[in-house]
Design a protein around this ligand. Structure first.
Ligand SMILES: Nc1ncnc2c1ncn2[C@@H]1O[C@H](COP(=O)(O)OP(=O)(O)O)[C@@H](O)[C@H]1O
Ligand SMILES: [Mg+2]
Length: 269
């Protein structure tokens, strides 16, 4: 992953764009997230790492207003957006790329992009932005007139991100872009997300099971287990943490193993 551009780390508390405070969401009796607090700063890529069922999708759905939280508050750009209507939240500049990259399968690629811009009245700006997303994802230009349903999974992911961009959001929520994609394609998509972040200043909150990819692309990270945030730090530091390496990155370096053995021995005495 050395080719991925090194992110600019902004760990200060200033310029908070999105803040969740003690957010709890449930499906009937099932509490999916419990007391989640997190911050996303302007201009950064933040990530929430967690295994299947940890509550990642629930966090994003709660932010974008698809699910109303039982407790807690969500502030975006200084405004309280807790339990507001999803359409209102989109208008504030927050776009959600859902899990499973939902595209309109019977609409052309270009019409899918135009759907992303339906709230905009600046025709010239929209035309410019279509060219901009074609620059990032040239395959979408090639397939512009084709039905979106005929695209591959990776291409649909690209279209889904591009459609979100067409609304000119200040924050994009990205739900597991790596799901079902090859490592090569995943890497390509993450590299473009980083480019969009650097070029356009778009802030991202990305949730992922693929900790390796997410930690390389992001600036700041949270680890979610059973609906709770159990750890947070800059991604640079998270990548160096032994338990992250072992449990999320699947790496068992000699050094780590030696140290654990030594610790065990120590415990036996
Ligand atoms: N529609 C639903 N009805 C009931 N339980 C749900 C529903 N969606 C998710 N859950 C449960 O909530 C928890 C968190 O799910 P989710 O947010 O989808 O996790 P993740 O995205 O990290 O895989 C899981 O235990 C899951 O089974
Ligand atoms: Mg999910």
């Amino acid at each position: 992953m050395a080719e991925v551009i090194s992110p600019v780390v902004n760990a200060s508390n200033e310029n908070v764009l999105l803040e969740l405070l003690n957010v709890e969401s449930a499906y009937g009796p099932i509490k999916a997230i419990r007391g989640v607090s997190l911050k996303v700063r302007k201009g950064e890529i933040a990530t929430v790492l967690g295994s299947n069922g940890a509550g990642k999708t629930t966090i994003l759905k709660t932010i974008s207003g698809i699910i109303d939280p039982r407790k807690g508050s969500i502030t975006f750009n200084g405004k309280d957006i807790t339990a507001k209507d999803p359409a209102f939240i989109v208008q504030q500049g927050l776009s959600h790329v859902p899990e499973g990259r939902e595209v309109f399968p019977l609409l052309s690629v270009k019409d899918n992009l135009l759907m992303g811009a339906f709230t905009r009245s600046d025709k010239d700006g929209v035309a410019k932005d279509i060219e901009m997303v074609y620059d990032y994802f040239p395959i979408l230009k090639e397939r512009a007139t084709q039905d979106a349903g005929l695209l591959s999974g990776g291409q649909q992911q690209m279209l889904s991100i591009s459609r979100a961009l067409m609304a000119r959001p200040s924050l994009i929520l990205l739900d597991e872009p790596s799901l079902g994609l090859s490592p090569k394609l995943t890497k390509e998509i993450f590299e473009i997300v980083v480019r969009i972040n650097r070029d356009q200043g778009t802030t991202f909150l990305l949730v992922e099971q693929n900790a390796n990819m997410a930690l390389n692309a992001s600036d700041y990270g949270y680890v979610l287990e059973n609906g709770r945030i159990v750890m947070e730090d800059t991604c640079e530091r998270l990548r160096e943490k032994d338990d992250i390496k072992e449990f999320y990155l699947g790496m068992k370096e000699e050094g780590v193993r030696d140290e654990r053995r030594w610790k065990k021995k120590k415990n036996w005495r």
